[in-house]
Design a protein around this ligand. Structure first.
Ligand SMILES: NC(=O)c1ccc[n+]([C@@H]2O[C@H](COP(=O)([O-])OP(=O)(O)OC[C@H]3O[C@@H](n4cnc5c(N)ncnc54)[C@H](O)[C@@H]3O)[C@@H](O)[C@H]2O)c1
Ligand SMILES: [Zn+2]
Length: 372
């Protein structure tokens, strides 16, 4: 078996580390930074606090990034970067703010709209402004990935863009920033972590380093997600979920995600189910489909996580979702045949081809009919 491993992001992990933003930015040798975030952190005062703690290096905040950020938000942000002569970016937020910032940090150095690269296969230029990514969910792992997932609402399209230029220069993971996540966000983003770990493991692109990371991350989610959901100020649970999130990010970046992420795109786009919840929705279903795949690798994963077999692991995923009020079906959406056919069609996303078992349209139809 041949494989490569690369991880270019400097990772700084620990409670209170975000307060070192000034020193960290200084080390990058930059002078005029823009903080890119969502409205929650403007209202909470966290954005202003970081600007004050930045030794004068952060000059302003762009605080309009929405969940599942739109390509037009990226273009607006890039325009501001160009107009203000910004020379580095700090992204504060969940995957949405980090992904928008990654794309803006690249596009700002061109005259292009990000639309040119969104789902078109056009190669993104490598050059980008230095980027410090600071996650506030646990989460997408976007702080260590080369992926930016963007939505084009006008053209009803959600698609990841992959570019080596999207790796942040530094990731600051400060568990304290996650304490304010509401329980439903904790639950959904936490199931996203589990999907990254498990899908990274069973992906056709698996490799030994990412396998080890995936097992570690999935094990932490099974131990700590429910605790973090139940008690948002459980410091140990929050810290362990942040550890799981960044490690799962490393576990899936190179192997890539598979079937559950492929199916999540239409569920989020058409039916507004948050990303993590949409991925988790089909995770136990695909675990059962993949049960015997690839010489028993999925069984091996289940056993390493302390389950008797793959069905026991799938049951645990199902029960964990149920215990946190996450969906295990789509019945409340009352979808008709046409809408189910649309789900099948849009689930045929490139990630589907990383699944260790070939997923046919008939299999997708059977799954969605059971879920609906
Ligand atoms: N780049 C990648 O590698 C990657 C991987 C997986 C998913 N994604 C993408 O990331 C996006 C989802 O990101 P996410 O799940 O982190 O959620 P998010 O960034 O969309 O945030 C969800 C909601 O939670 C709020 N929030 C975030 N942190 C908070 C905190 N600490 N306190 C209070 N509120 C908080 C946000 O304001 C928002 O309303 C999707 O677009 C998804 O497709 C990217
Ligand atoms: Zn995800």
């Amino acid at each position: 078996m041949n494989w490569d491993y690369l991880q270019p992001v400097k990772i700084i992990f620990g409670k209170g580390k975000v307060r070192e933003i000034g020193k960290i930015a200084e080390e990058l040798g930059c002078k005029k930074g823009l903080l890119i975030t969502g409205p929650f952190f403007i209202k909470s005062g966290q954005a202003e606090k970081m600007i004050k703690e930045s030794k004068g290096l952060l000059k302003a905040a762009y605080g309009d990034i929405s969940p599942n950020p739109d390509v037009e938000e990226v273009d607006r942000c890039a325009k501001m970067i160009r107009e203000e002569g910004i020379d580095f970016i700090v992204a504060l937020g969940g995957g949405s703010s980090m992904d928008a910032a990654k794309a803006a940090a690249t596009i700002a150095l061109t005259e292009d709209s990000i639309r040119k690269y969104h789902g078109t296969g056009e190669k993104v230029p490598q050059e980008h402004l230095p980027l410090i990514a600071i996650p506030t969910t646990a989460g997408t792992g976007s702080e260590v990935t080369c992926v930016s997932v963007l939505t084009d609402r006008k053209n009803k399209k959600k698609s990841p863009i992959v570019s080596d230029g999207f790796y942040p220069d530094v990731a600051i993971i400060d568990p304290e920033l996650t304490y304010t996540m509401p329980p439903q966000v904790t639950a959904g983003t936490g199931i996203d972590v589990l999907s990254h770990a498990i899908e990274g493991y069973w992906s056709k692109g698996h490799q030994p380093i990412c396998d080890a990371l995936a097992i570690h991350a999935a094990d932490l989610v099974f131990q700590y997600l429910y605790k973090a959901y139940k008690n948002p100020t459980d410091e140990e649970a929050r810290e362990k979920m942040c550890e799981a999130s960044v490690i799962a990010g490393l576990a899936f970046t190179l192997p890539k995600t598979t079937s559950s992420h492929a199916c999540s795109f239409p569920l989020t786009n058409l039916h507004h189910i948050p990303h993590g919840e949409a991925c988790g929705l089909t995770l136990d279903y695909f675990a059962r489909i993949n049960k015997d795949a690839d010489g028993g690798r999925v069984l091996e994963l289940a056993k390493k996580l302390g389950f008797e077999d793959v069905d026991a692991m799938a049951d645990a995923i199902h029960d964990l979702k149920a215990s946190m009020g996450l969906r295990n079906d789509l019945k409340d959406l009352h979808l008709n045949e046409e809408q189910i056919a649309e789900l099948v069609k849009i689930s045929r996303h490139p990630n589907l081809y990383n699944n260790p078992v070939e997923i046919t349209d008939e299999m997708l139809l059977e799954m969605y009919e059971k879920l609906c």
